[in-house]
Design a protein around this ligand. Structure first.
Ligand SMILES: NC(=O)c1ccc[n+]([C@@H]2O[C@H](COP(=O)([O-])OP(=O)(O)OC[C@H]3O[C@@H](n4cnc5c(N)ncnc54)[C@H](O)[C@@H]3O)[C@@H](O)[C@H]2O)c1
Length: 338
């Protein structure tokens, strides 16, 4: 591992290209050695830009002696098999969120990762964002007392493109988008989500309605320790990305999000009364660097990553329960299998 962890990035779309570029320039303890994409032209052009080797197939990268770890940034429905193949080849794995499409697949990954003894980290990068990390420290220190209510507003600028619009490939809004929010709720509250109730519909995207996804959701949840949560989410927002989180405790409130003041806010296509913020690539740029540095250091130190396979599994289980609640119109209790 001279010169840092040798990494291959697999899948060079929206997020994979960003990981590859960051690994080339900015991630301490890791170095990009190869990129992989099923689309040869894309693999070639990213490899040319970054001055590394390219492959069309994961298997070719796994055979390389200079690859210690893979970053898997392919469509979600491919994650399970790619993770397991990589672990069987003796490579550490950083996999983009969500870890897998289904609960069964997630349990397969938990078992494979335990058996391998290798590091598996899941890409919930918000945990590495300075504001969310600070909120976590304040809550853990007891400064706001006992957490009572968790409130999130999350709106994406637009629904995801291509395969990610199809819930049979991406898990739909509850998994593809909201697993980030449930990962954050679990982490900030140091607690497990035990019951969910959903009111959701397809209201802002014709494609979501056609493919059987929802695009606006209002969720109520409860945790094992008795905290209560509300998440309002939308897949289309005319003024850009909007993410706000508040934890209300017995002695205070901690809030993350840049629109927390007492002024009136109106967001329509023609403009907003405050500056909207660019989507995930910009909002979480530093967090993407920090999560990869954390991964490299977990491999080096032989430690457990901050977001491991059991975390990855639990939010897949929550998304399954959300779909069940949406279909049945009832609250759903969650029993975790690991
Ligand atoms: N953490 C985040 O903020 C974040 C943001 C966006 C996407 N994601 C996640 O990252 C993953 C990828 O999403 P995306 O939006 O970048 O997708 P994308 O469609 O933009 O890119 C996927 C890439 O994988 C390639 N690919 C497909 N099959 C392949 C195979 N068998 N072998 C090699 N390459 C293959 C495609 O050609 C494409 O270039 C998803 O799981 C998604 O949920 C995470």
């Amino acid at each position: 591992m001279a010169g840092g962890l040798g990494v291959a990035v697999v899948g060079l779309g929206r997020i994979g290209r960003l990981h590859a570029r960051l690994l080339r320039c900015c991630v301490r303890g890791a170095r990009l050695v190869a990129v992989v994409d099923a689309v040869e032209e894309l693999a070639r052009s990213v490899a040319g830009e970054l001055g590394v080797d390219w492959h069309r197939d994961l298997g070719e990268a796994l055979r390389r002696g200079d690859v210690d770890a893979v970053v898997i940034a392919t469509p979600t429905f491919l994650h399970r098999d790619m993770i397991i193949r990589s672990l069987e080849a003796g490579k550490h794995v950083f996999v983009e969120k969500p870890m897998t499409l289904t609960v069964e697949e997630a349990l397969d990954v938990v078992r494979a990762s335990e058996k391998s003894g290798l590091v598996v980290q899941v890409g919930y990068m918000r945990r590495f964002d300075p504001a969310f990390s600070r909120a976590k420290k304040e809550i853990d220190s007891g400064r706001i007392g006992e957490p009572i209510s968790y409130v999130t507003i999350v709106r994406d600028p637009e629904p995801p493109p291509g395969w990610a619009a199809d819930p049979s490939k991406s898990g739909g809004m509850f998994l593809d988008m909201l697993s980030h929010d449930f990962d954050m709720a679990r982490w900030l509250l140091s607690d497990e989500v035990t019951e969910v109730y959903v009111a959701a519909a397809s209201r802002v995207s014709e494609e979501a309605a056609r493919l059987g996804d929802v695009d606006v959701a209002n969720i109520v949840f409860k945790t094992g320790e008795g905290a209560m949560g509300i998440i309002h989410a939308a897949r289309r927002c005319p003024y850009g990305y909007d993410l706000r989180v508040e934890v209300y405790g017995s002695k205070g409130v901690v809030a993350v999000g840049d629109k927390i003041d007492n002024s009136f806010h109106l967001g329509v296509e023609s403009g907003v009364v405050y500056g909207g913020i660019a989507w995930f690539e910009k909002r979480f740029y530093d967090a993407y660097v920090a999560e990869l540095e954390h991964f490299a250091s977990a491999v080096k130190e032989g430690g457990k990553p901050l977001v491991g396979p059991v975390d990855g599994y639990r939010v897949v289980e929550i998304a399954r329960a959300l779909w069940e609640s949406h279909r049945s119109g009832r609250p759903v209790r969650i029993e975790y299998r690991v």
